[in-house]
Design a binder for this molecule. Structure first.
Ligand SMILES: [Mg+2]
Length: 166
């Protein structure tokens, strides 16, 4: 079995658009005001946000299918800004498959510092995370809503694609 790490925001649930919309209303720039955005993330009601977010390309069902394939040890590796956020994500993931591991990563810490990376797959929507992962000996897979042209990584639009690729 291959070790498979899957990001949460932007891969399982489309949680970011509502946060960025709120940031815009508050006149915060997502790219430059990272400290303020971090504060915003930590203040958000994650239970509510998760309830309001849609799953991306049937990701919840795809997680079950990945598990049933028997090909992967699946871990959700997700950045969090607060313990409340971690708790809400753990509650959401509870019961999807019985063999899921969840690792909340403190914001500002590289995902590569939390686990073994060599030979492991990371699915993420953020290229920066994938770059670090590959530099640490892992395989990066970029999740996008639609196929991306000139993607430097293996590009998927559904988690189910992993079953045929690996
Ligand atoms: Mg993400």
């Amino acid at each position: 079995m291959k070790n498979l790490y899957i990001d949460f925001d932007g891969v399982i649930l489309d949680t970011l658009p509502p946060v960025y919309k709120l940031a815009k209303q508050l006149n915060l720039d997502v790219k430059t005001q990272t400290k303020e955005i971090g504060m915003l993330f930590s203040k958000i009601d994650w239970e509510e946000l998760i309830e309001d977010s849609v799953d991306l390309n049937d990701s919840v069902n795809a997680l079950s299918k990945l598990s049933e394939s028997g090909k992967f040890n699946i871990t959700i590796l997700t950045h969090v800004n607060s313990l409340k956020e971690a708790k809400a994500k753990i509650n959401f993931l509870d019961g999807i498959t019985s063999d899921l591991t969840i690792i909340p990563v403190p914001s500002g810490v590289s995902k590569t510092k939390m686990t073994q990376t060599v030979g492991a797959i990371l699915v993420d929507d953020f290229s920066g995370n994938l770059k670090e992962w590959e530099e640490s000996g892992g395989t990066g897979v970029k999740f996008t809503k639609e196929k991306e042209n000139d993607c430097k990584f293996i590009n998927i639009t559904s988690l189910e694609d992993l079953i045929s690729i690996f």
